[in-house]
Ligand binder design. Structure first.
Ligand code: AMP
Length: 342
């Protein structure tokens, strides 16, 4: 058993004694073990409760908390998972510098007073018995080229895990083009979380638009009995989309990063005035972001569900951007619904 109950005064005790049970009005269980998580969920179900899962990688901000608020209207019991998934990071990416603050996360979730369980596994790829047919780790980073490293995740480095979920077409463009193992890793860890938590509903932020669409497609294609809900982007007062990575921006880069929201907002106004040629809009966006000092990774204008690029905005689209500010890569997007452009 690796369960703890948690209230705001108990952080120290929780971290020191993960099994400690504290009395409070709102009992939030902190579960580290996957079998325990599954057993907990099943107990809830036996009691007739429906479950909603909010998957996160922690370092929680208002964007994450808005998903928890959204979750309240979708099921009886809210489970939040906090797990930085090595399966979606290539060895060259920022897994080692990804911010974390478990203590702060538990405090924020506890203060909301609506979360019944936090699932924070140590390692989701640590299998008790590899079995006779398990393969040894296939890639040793010291002997693979830089190009090959982009094609493997941090998991291949040290685990015999070899099963991956790929949403073939949707994962190819945009973030999938610059991060070849990213969506394979996301779809796989989300599948693992779904099998462990067994929720009825799961909430994803539209901030990660392509991710939300990929998970929705995966759930449809593989007949998961789970409803996927997309929740709106939460921004800072000045428009910057909230992200755990924002904390790594220097003050200068933080200012420059505002160009993303500026470019997206200008594009939306432009469209409402009849400027509907995608290439023209993308050129302006690239200009705005580059002028600020940012380095564009991609900008795409795609149909909202299929994520197919459009030449003209004559249907509901989303403009998706990824750009670098210093060594921090940020993503953002803006939906433009068809009625606004017809
Ligand atoms: P992450 O911890 O970055 O993996 O994000 C966990 C979930 O929170 C994902 O579904 C994200 O889309 C969502 N999320 C992150 N930032 C925001 C935001 N600013 N607004 C809404 N949802 C967000």
């Amino acid at each position: 058993m690796q369960t703890a109950f948690y209230n705001t005064g108990s952080i120290y005790l929780l971290l020191k004694h993960p099994h400690i049970i504290l009395n409070s009005n709102i009992r939030m269980e902190v579960i580290r073990d996957k079998a325990e998580m599954r057993a907990w969920s099943r107990r809830m179900r036996r009691d007739g409760k429906s479950l909603v899962l909010v998957p996160t990688m922690g370092y929680l901000h208002e964007g994450h908390l808005s998903l928890v608020r959204e979750a309240r209207s979708h099921a009886d019991v809210i489970v939040v998972s906090v797990y930085v998934n090595p399966g979606q990071f290539a060895p060259s990416e920022d897994l080692s510098t990804y911010p974390s603050d478990m203590q702060g996360d538990l405090q924020k979730l506890s203060q909301m007073g609506v979360v019944q369980a936090v699932f924070c596994p140590r390692n989701l790829y640590d299998y008790d018995s590899p079995g006779p047919l398990a393969v040894p780790p296939r890639h040793h980073l010291s002997v693979v080229s830089g190009e090959e490293q982009a094609q493997i995740s941090c998991i291949e480095k040290e685990s015999a895990h070899e099963t991956w979920i790929k949403v073939e077409r949707l994962e190819k463009g945009m973030c999938g083009a610059s991060r070849p193992v990213f969506f394979r890793g996301v779809a796989t860890v989300v599948t693992k979380l779904f099998h462990i938590v067994e929720p009825d509903v799961a909430i994803f932020g539209k901030k990660d638009y392509q991710q939300w669409r990929i998970i929705s497609r995966m759930v449809r294609d593989l007949d998961f009995a789970i409803e996927i809900v997309g929740s709106e982007i939460v921004r800072e007062a000045d428009g910057l989309a909230m992200s755990s990575r924002n904390v790594r921006l220097s003050p200068r880069n933080r200012k420059q990063a505002l160009s993303i929201y500026k470019a997206l907002s200008e594009a939306k106004v432009g469209v409402s005035k009849g400027r509907i040629l995608s290439q023209e809009i993308k050129d302006s966006i690239v200009q705005t972001v580059s002028d600020s000092g940012g380095r564009m990774d991609y900008v795409e204008i795609v149909e909202q569900e299929s994520l197919t690029p459009v030449e003209k905005i004559d249907c509901s689209v989303v403009i998706c951007i990824a750009a670098w500010f210093g060594d921090v890569r940020l993503i953002d997007n803006m939906e433009i619904d068809a009625p606004a452009v017809l």
